[in-house]
Ligand binder design. Structure first.
Ligand SMILES: [Zn+2]
Length: 387
C-alpha cells in the first residue's frame, strides 16, 4: 500500500466519521450544508481518481503499442534469422560436397601413390620384376638407354598424375575454405541479429511488466473509486432524507445566508423592499402558512427577542427577533406567531436554527414573515443577501 492510498483511506474514514456524527447530533439545516460540502469533497476525490485512471490508461495504451511495435521488429528479425539459417544450411551442403570431393581426391592420390610406389619398387628393388627384366633383356647400350628412358617416362607420368591430383585437391580445399569463411561471416550476422532480437525481447518483457504494474494500479484505483462512490451514495441518501424533511433545500447565498423559510428563495418574496414593494417598506415579505418554522439565516447572537405591545395589543413588528451575525450585518424577523419565539436576547444561534414560527402579530394583515437586513446599522435590500 502506498502513502497516497493510505491517505485516501484515512480521508474516507474521516468522512464516514463526520457523517456518523452529523447524523446523530446537530440540527438538520446545519448538516445539510455540511453534507453538501462532503459530497463536493468526494466528487473532487472521484474526479482525481478518474483522472489518475485516465492517465494510467494512456500509459497502458502507450506500453501496449510499444510492445506491438517491438514484437513486429522481433518477427522481422526472426525472418531475417530464418533466411540466414537457410543460407548457412545451403553452405553446409556445399561444404559437405567439397569435403566429399576432397576425400575422393585424397583416395585417388593414395591409390595413384601406391601404384607409383609399386612401379618404383619394381624398378629399383625387385630384380625379378618386369622393369629390371626389361633392362637386363636389352640388347646393347642403345637398347638399354631407350628402355631405361621409356621406364623413366612412365614413372614421370605417374608423378605428374600424382601432382595433378594433389593440385585438384588443393583447389577444392581452397574453395571449401572460402565457403567456410562465407559461412562464418553469415554466422556472425546471424549472431548479431539474434543479439538484437534478444535485446528487444528484454524490452518486451520490461514493457509487459510495466503493463502488469499499471493493471494492478488500475485495479487499486478502481477499488478506491468504488469506495468513494459507495460513500457518495450514503451521503446522497442523507441529503435525500434532509430533502424529505425540508422539501426544497436551497443552497446558501454568496453572502453565506440561507433563507429564513426552508425551501423559499428571494423569488418567493411577495412584497419587495422600498419602492419595489411600497414606499417606506423596510424589508421584504414572504406570505406563508402560520406555524411555518422561521430559521436564523446565519449564525450569530440574538440582540432582540420581544413582543411589541401597546395597551395589551400587538403593534408594529409584533413578536420579533434581531440577530447580529458579527460580520457587520444584522437580520430582523417580524410578525411571528404569538409565543412562538424560542430564543432570548444574548443567546447564540447557529445557521438554520429555528427561532420562531410564522404568524401575523403586530401591524400585519395576514400570515407572513417580514424580514429585514441591516448592513453596518442601515437597512438594506435583503435580496442582496438572500439566496
Ligand atoms: Zn413587511
Amino acid at each position: 500500500m502506498n502513502i497516497s492510498k493510505m491517505g485516501r483511506i484515512i480521508c474516507i474514514s474521516c468522512l464516514i466519521l463526520i457523517v456518523l456524527i452529523s447524523s446523530v447530533g446537530f440540527s438538520y439545516a446545519v448538516t445539510s450544508s455540511e453534507l453538501n460540502q462532503q459530497k463536493k469533497d468526494i466528487d473532487n476525490k472521484i474526479a482525481e481518481i478518474n483522472s489518475e485512471l485516465a492517465g494510467n490508461k494512456d500509459k497502458m495504451t502507450t506500453a501496449l503499442s510499444q510492445i506491438n511495435k517491438l514484437n513486429s521488429e522481433i518477427s522481422s528479425y526472426e525472418s531475417e534469422i530464418k533466411g540466414l539459417n537457410t543460407q548457412i544450411n545451403n553452405l553446409n551442403n556445399e561444404i559437405s560436397v567439397k569435403q566429399a570431393n576432397i576425400e575422393e581426391q585424397e583416395q585417388k592420390y593414395k591409390e595413384q601413390k601406391e601404384l607409383l610406389d609399386k612401379r618404383l619398387v619394381a624398378l629399383y628393388e625387385d630384380g625379378g620384376s618386369s622393369y629390371l627384366d626389361m633392362l637386363l633383356s636389352s640388347e646393347g647400350l642403345t637398347d638399354f638407354i631407350s628402355k631405361y628412358y621409356m621406364i623413366s617416362q612412365i614413372a614421370e607420368f605417374d608423378q605428374e598424375l600424382l601432382e595433378s591430383i594433389d593440385n585438384t585437391k588443393n583447389q577444392i580445399q581452397a574453395e571449401k575454405n572460402s565457403l567456410d569463411q562465407t559461412k562464418n561471416q553469415i554466422q556472425d550476422s546471424k549472431n548479431a541479429v539474434e543479439g538484437k532480437k534478444s535485446s528487444l525481447a528484454t524490452s518486451v518483457n520490461q514493457k509487459k511488466s510495466l503493463v502488469s504494474d499499471l493493471s494492478a494500479e488500475e485495479a487499486e484505483l478502481q477499488e478506491q473509486l468504488e469506495e468513494y462512490e459507495e460513500h457518495k451514495k450514503e451521503i446522497q441518501s442523507q441529503i435525500a432524507k434532509l430533502a424529505t424533511k425540508y422539501p426544497t433545500a436551497v443552497a446558501p447565498s454568496a453572502a453565506g445566508y440561507i433563507s429564513p423559510l426552508a425551501g423559499k428563495t428571494k423569488a418567493n418574496i411577495t412584497t419587495g423592499y422600498g419602492s419595489a414593494g411600497y414606499v417606506g417598506h423596510t424589508g421584504v415579505d414572504f406570505a406563508c402558512a402560520a406555524g411555518t418554522p422561521v430559521l436564523a439565516v446565519k449564525g450569530g447572537t440574538v440582540v432582540t427577542s420581544m413582543a411589541k405591545m401597546k395597551n395589551g395589543k400587538y403593534v408594529s413588528y409584533g413578536e420579533y427577533i434581531i440577530i447580529d451575525h458579527g460580520d457587520g450585518t444584522m437580520t430582523l424577523y417580524a410578525h411571528m406567531l404569538a409565543g412562538s419565539r424560542t430564543v432570548l436576547a444574548g443567546q447564540k444561534v447557529s445557521q438554520g436554527q429555528q427561532i420562531g414560527k410564522v404568524g401575523s402579530t403586530g401591524n400585519s394583515s395576514g400570515n407572513h414573515l417580514h424580514f429585514e437586513v441591516f448592513a453596518n446599522g442601515s437597512r438594506t435590500n435583503p435580496t442582496q443577501y438572500l439566496p
